[in-house]
Structures are given as structure tokens and as C-alpha cells.
Design a binder for this molecule. Structure first.
Ligand SMILES: Cc1cc2nc3c(=O)[nH]c(=O)nc-3n(C[C@H](O)[C@H](O)[C@H](O)COP(=O)(O)OP(=O)(O)OC[C@H]3O[C@@H](n4cnc5c(N)ncnc54)[C@H](O)[C@@H]3O)c2cc1C
Length: 385
């Protein structure tokens, strides 16, 4: 490898950053991953304790490395953390942990300069923004909220139901997190799920197979964004039947979203008031990209991009955005495909300076069939950490 070539800097060491690193190697670019956390396992350790994947292990992998064990089980959060740790180890690319990117600016020769909180500017031929959204939870502001004396939390900060033992809690939202968290709280607290519209469910299993099997065989998982955003207009909750039963039976009461806060509770849409100890908003996330503001790559915090490729800055690409290219973009199973796409675009842009030639790896699509396990060379050429 030629060390004169600046690396592609990948910002964020989660599944998106790891998939990007692998795809960079595949196209002969030298990746350097900058990650604010202690280990390159993304936000998974911070998700709530009971979380299991919504897809079976066989449909939840990054390119080139299957999950160990029964492919039909739904791995627990901690297994995902372990999987990502092993994936990062196997990649053997340079990763700088505890390194937060604070700004990206134009650099020499059409490249970039990446500034970190550890000091110094790193030159890059291209930048992959893969910092997820978990660091930027969206919390709406409702009338009366500032006077409310109870706890207002985003679900990003929820870990376990025991915290709410004996409390009166309202969970706001109609997506997976809202319903899962509200459901598990029913054994510990008096809970109401508050939504604007009735909760919509997707069956976890259809004709004896997990939904993700059908998403794959029908091609729905790969439908392009314009199609999918027309089809999926509302939040949906994956369900084996227990959440729907709980709501229908009243075990988990659902009410129309409250209209405002009072000093000690909420006003429901029918005008009744109720004292509430805590309100947990499961109202989603926004891309976490502040470090791109100096570049002018954002529009009100959102990336100006098509399919993960910046429309304002050649050589800047994104990974892990919701519906970036398909329904599966922001998932373990889908991010590898997007990574191959955006890194190929990046490689095409980088001039024909000498690049890595030793790397011929299984592609994302081959992994979905019967791919051999990832087998990553231990780099001795300057790309290793
Ligand atoms: C509760 C929950 C459950 C989910 N369940 C599933 C599921 O079952 N299956 C599935 O496929 N997907 C699931 N997802 C969606 C998605 O797969 C995860 O959110 C996943 O963590 C996204 O990976 P990422 O790498 O894009 O972002 P992250 O995992 O958030 O990783 C990005 C990393 O970048 C780092 N970072 C942030 N800013 C900077 C900076 N300025 N400089 C350097 N580093 C930075 C952060 O520390 C973070 O660790 C779930 C999401 C949530 C929130």
C-alpha cells in the first residue's frame, strides 16, 4: 500500500462505520475509523437492557461474518455488542477510539481536514459520516411542559423497568421502542401508551417464516426510497401477537395523545386531567452530524444527500440514515449494501493514485447466500492500528 495516499476517514465506530471500513478495503481505499466511544460497537451497549433484535440472527449480519449459534434465534443486545467487537477485531483497520470529530473542513486537493477533540487535523481523501442518530434524540416540546414537575425522559435514556416501580407512567409513541418499553413497564408501573393514531402492527411471522424471510424473497427489503416512503407512511410495530393482545385486552391501555402538561400530570384529549410521575417520549431520533455544519453540508441539521452521497460536497458520503436507500438502510442486515454503494462512489471519485490491491473480499450480496466467514488480513502496511 502506498502510505502517501490520505485515508478515507470514517466518523463513527458502530455497525455503519465498520461496514464502511470493510467496503473501503474492498475498493482499495485505506480506512481510518474515528470513534468517540471506548470500543467500536456503536450505540448498542446503551440500548435498553431487555432489547433483542427484531430480526433473526441469520438476517442480522454485516458482510462476511455470520452470527454464531442458532440462525433463527433473535440475538440479545449484548450478543450484538459482542458480534460487533469481533467484527471490528477481524477487520484489523486503524481505529482511533475515544476520539470525537468536532469539525470537517475542506482540505488539500479536493480532500478534507478532520479535526478531533484529541487535537490535530487529519487529512482525508474522503469522509464517511457514520455517526448514527442515537446521540440526537428528538424530544418534542408540548404546552405546559416547562411547568410540569414530573420526569420527562426520552426513551434513549430508558434502561430497565425497575426504575419506574410503582409509578404512574405515560409512554408517548407508536413505534417498536414505545410499545416494547410500555409493555415491559406494565409489570412494574401503571402505564398508558399515548399515540396520535392507533398502533399499526406487522406480524413477526407469516406462514411459519419470520417476516425478514419474506422481505428478502419478495425484494421488499431493497425497494428504493421513493417507493418505500410511499408504502410506509406510518410507524409499525413488529409483533408476535402479544403487544396487540395487550392493547386490545387493556393490559396495556392506549389513549389518544394528551394535549398538554399540567404541573403534576397531563390533560387527555377528552379534557380529563391525570397526575403522572413520568412521561417517556419514544419520539425518534435525528441524524447526529453537528461536525459537518462548518462545511455547509447540512440543511437544518439534515444532510443534503441522495442515497447517502452528498449533493453539496464531493467525497463526502453518509451511512446509517433512515431509508437512505431502502427499508433496510438503518439495520444490521442492510447497511453493508449501502456501504458498498457509497464507498464505490467514493473510490470512483478518488483519483487513480496507487491504492490497496491485496483486498478481494466477499461482497454484501454473497454474504446473504452462503458466504465464507470474514477473513481479514492482519495489515502490516500502515493501515493497521
Ligand atoms: C432501541 C433500538 C433498537 C434497534 N433494534 C434494531 C434491531 O433489532 N435490528 C437492527 O438491524 N437495527 C436496530 N436498530 C437500528 C440500528 O441498527 C441501530 O440504531 C444501530 O446502532 C445503528 O448503527 P450506526 O452505526 O449507524 O449508529 P450507532 O450505533 O449510533 O454508532 C455511531 C457511533 O458513532 C459515535 N459518534 C457519534 N458522534 C461522533 C463523533 N462526532 N465523532 C466520532 N464518533 C462519533 C457514537 O459514539 C456511536 O457509537 C435499533 C435502534 C434502536 C435505537
Amino acid at each position: 500500500m502506498n502510505d502517501q495516499v490520505d485515508p478515507v476517514i470514517i466518523i463513527g465506530g458502530g455497525q455503519s462505520g465498520l461496514a464502511a471500513a470493510r467496503a473501503a478495503l474492498d475498493v482499495g481505499l485505506r480506512p481510518v475509523v474515528l470513534h468517540s466511544g471506548a470500543t467500536p460497537v456503536g450505540s448498542w451497549p446503551d440500548y435498553y437492557d431487555s432489547l433483542t433484535l427484531f430480526s433473526p440472527a441469520r438476517y442480522s449480519t454485516l458482510p462476511g461474518m455470520p452470527f454464531d449459534g442458532d440462525p433463527d434465534r433473535y440475538p440479545h443486545r449484548d450478543e450484538v455488542v459482542d458480534y460487533l467487537r469481533r467484527y471490528a477485531d477481524a477487520l484489523d483497520v486503524e481505529m482511533r477510539t475515544r476520539t470525537r470529530v468536532i469539525a470537517v473542513r475542506p482540505g488539500r486537493g479536493g480532500g478534507y481536514l478532520v479535526s478531533t477533540d484529541t487535537g490535530g487535523d487529519l487529512p482525508a481523501v474522503g469522509v464517511v459520516a457514520a455517526t448514527g442518530s442515537f446521540g440526537n434524540p428528538y424530544l418534542p416540546t408540548l404546552s405546559g411542559q416547562s411547568e410540569y414537575g414530573g420526569a420527562v425522559r426520552h426513551v434513549a435514556h430508558y434502561r430497565r423497568p425497575e426504575t419506574y416501580d410503582g409509578k404512574r407512567v405515560v409512554v408517548v409513541g407508536a413505534g417498536n421502542s414505545a410499545v416494547q418499553v410500555a409493555y415491559e413497564l406494565t409489570a412494574h408501573a401503571r402505564v398508558t401508551l399515548a399515540t396520535r393514531e392507533p398502533v399499526r402492527f406487522l406480524p413477526q411471522r407469516i406462514r411459519g417464516r419470520d417476516l425478514h424471510h419474506w422481505l428478502r424473497v419478495t425484494g421488499a427489503d431493497r425497494l428504493p426510497r421513493p417507493v418505500i416512503t410511499r408504502l410506509v407512511r406510518h410507524a409499525t410495530v413488529l409483533d408476535t401477537g402479544r403487544y396487540q393482545d395487550a392493547i386490545t385486552s387493556g393490559e396495556l391501555p392506549r389513549r389518544q395523545m394528551f394535549t398538554r402538561f399540567t404541573v403534576d400530570g397531563v390533560v387527555w384529549s377528552d379534557g380529563t386531567t391525570e397526575a403522572v410521575d413520568a412521561v417517556i417520549f419514544a419520539t425518534g431520533y435525528r441524524p447526529n452530524l453537528d461536525y459537518l455544519a462548518p462545511l455547509g453540508a447540512l440543511d437544518q441539521g439534515l444532510p443534503r444527500q441522495v442515497g447517502g452521497i452528498s449533493t453539496t460536497h464531493p467525497g463526502l458520503v453518509y451511512l446509517g440514515l433512515e431509508f437512505q436507500r431502502s427499508f433496510a438502510s438503518n439495520t444490521l442486515r442492510g447497511v453493508g449494501r449501502d456501504a458498498a454503494h457509497v464507498l464505490a462512489a467514493l473510490a470512483a471519485r478518488v483519483d487513480r493514485r496507487p491504492r490497496l490491491s491485496r483486498l478481494a473480499r466477499p461482497t454484501a450480496s454473497s454474504v446473504e447466500g452462503s458466504t465464507p466467514p470474514v477473513h481479514v488480513d492482519r495489515a502490516t502496511d500502515g493501515a493497521g492500528g
